[in-house]
Design a binder for this molecule. Structure first.
Ligand SMILES: C[S@@+](CC[C@H](N)C(=O)[O-])C[C@H]1O[C@@H](n2cnc3c(N)ncnc32)[C@H](O)[C@@H]1O
Length: 252
């Protein structure tokens, strides 16, 4: 008989832990080709601002080598920004479990002539195919809530960072003001699945995304998880009234 501990959330459903990844992969397989367009439409372009702020916090140096890892990096949005913000010697690795998302990202990198500085690698956040202490920075944007065992992903982030390396996570959070929360909730419930259906042909995929946002722990609880993974100075900054938050920690 399975135990409660062996189950997790897939949106509003409770599913066996081992099944969640396959369900998540189906979602991103279906939406990969229209993922970037959907991001712009759903967030009114705000995801670009949030990602800019994430990379501004990372501040890759312009005159020193910097090795960056962007996990659940999908179509490369964060990695492109890190490459642009850093110097010539900045290198970014995008890891994602879904080859369809990586294919879109690699095509974008080729178009931007960033093939030499950004590599795309298939891998799971819970068991990164990368050596210990290899990276100066680690980011995960709108990715960790999709990972079935978040604590494993955090432990892996800690393992692959060098001492002095920084962990940053951009994720949906909790809106504090009840009226704003109600408006955001109504928008998420009504508009996002409808928009998803119109643009990608898949409403349920976007219903999952909305539900998964609700299941993600509140920011103070997630900050505890970052701390429990070994990171120092774990803290978070809310953006856009708490629609999203950036979590930060250092491997010291
Ligand atoms: C909402 S997208 C975010 C993509 C990108 N970071 C961005 O902000 O545009 C979530 C990504 O997480 C990836 N993902 C889900 N589970 C994963 C896992 N266990 N390991 C690595 N990537 C995973 C999905 O394939 C998808 O590309």
């Amino acid at each position: 008989m399975s135990t409660a501990a062996a189950h997790t959330h897939f949106g509003e459903r409770t599913v066996p832990l081992d099944e969640k990844q396959g369900l998540v992969d189906d979602v991103f397989h279906k939406v990969a080709d229209r993922y970037d367009l959907m991001n712009d439409l759903m967030s009114f372009g705000l995801h670009r601002v949030w990602k800019d702020i994430l990379v501004a916090k990372l501040r890759p140096p312009r005159h020193r080598p910097f090795r960056h890892l962007d996990v659940a990096g999908g179509t490369g949005d964060v990695a492109f920004r890190v490459a642009a913000a850093g110097g010539e010697a900045t290198r970014a690795t995008v890891v994602d479990v879904n080859p369809d998302m990586l294919r879109v990202g690699a095509a974008r990198a080729q178009k931007r002539r960033e093939g030499a500085r950004i590599r795309f690698l298939e891998g799971n956040a819970e068991a990164l195919p990368l050596p210990d202490a290899a990276f100066d920075g680690y980011t995960i944007a709108f990715g960790i809530r999709n990972v079935p065992r978040m604590e494993r992903a955090l432990a892996e982030a800690y393992r692959v960072l060098k001492r002095g390396g920084r962990f940053l996570c951009l994720e949906f959070s909790r809106v504090d003001v009840p009226i704003v929360d109600a408006i955001v909730a109504a928008y998420c419930d009504a508009a996002i699945p409808a928009l998803g259906k119109a643009v990608t042909g898949d409403g349920p995929a976007y219903r999952y995304l909305v539900e998964s946002i609700r299941k993600f722990p509140p920011p103070d609880r997630f900050a505890d998880m970052v701390r429990e993974a070994g990171f120092s100075r774990a803290e978070f900054t809310r953006l856009t009234g708490g629609v999203v938050a950036i979590h930060s920690g250092w491997k010291l």
